[in-house]
Design a binder for this molecule. Structure first.
Ligand SMILES: [Zn+2]
Ligand SMILES: [Zn+2]
Length: 101
């Protein structure tokens, strides 16, 4: 079974699937991990989400993959990552998230 990233929908090559660093679980309800549904994301998408959204925003607005996929803030990133085979990227935490931590 190939693993697809739930957000960018890229296929994770089989040799990377066992690597917990490459395929990561994202808790859709960040502050309720025990009850939260999870999705499998590639590392770049997971980093990107947490760099762009605060836990509060994730909880209030972006608590489904569909919402995340439609987020304006992710559009440019998604268009870019889908054209690459990168499994690691450098991400800058946005000021917006940093200020609210
Ligand atoms: Zn992804
Ligand atoms: Zn997460």
């Amino acid at each position: 079974m190939p693993t697809l990233c739930a957000l960018c929908r890229r296929r994770i090559p089989a040799e990377h699937i066992p690597d917990p660093q490459v395929v990561q679980e994202h808790h859709l309800w960040p502050e309720r991990r025990a009850e939260s549904p999870t999705v499998e994301l590639c590392r770049p998408c997971h980093k990107q989400i947490h760099a762009l959204f605060t836990n509060e925003e994730l909880r209030e607005t972006y608590h489904t993959v569909e919402r995340l996929r439609e987020a304006d803030r992710l559009a440019e990133y998604l268009a870019w990552i889908r054209g690459t085979d990168k499994l690691d990227i450098d991400v800058q935490t946005s000021d917006h998230v940093r200020e609210r931590r």
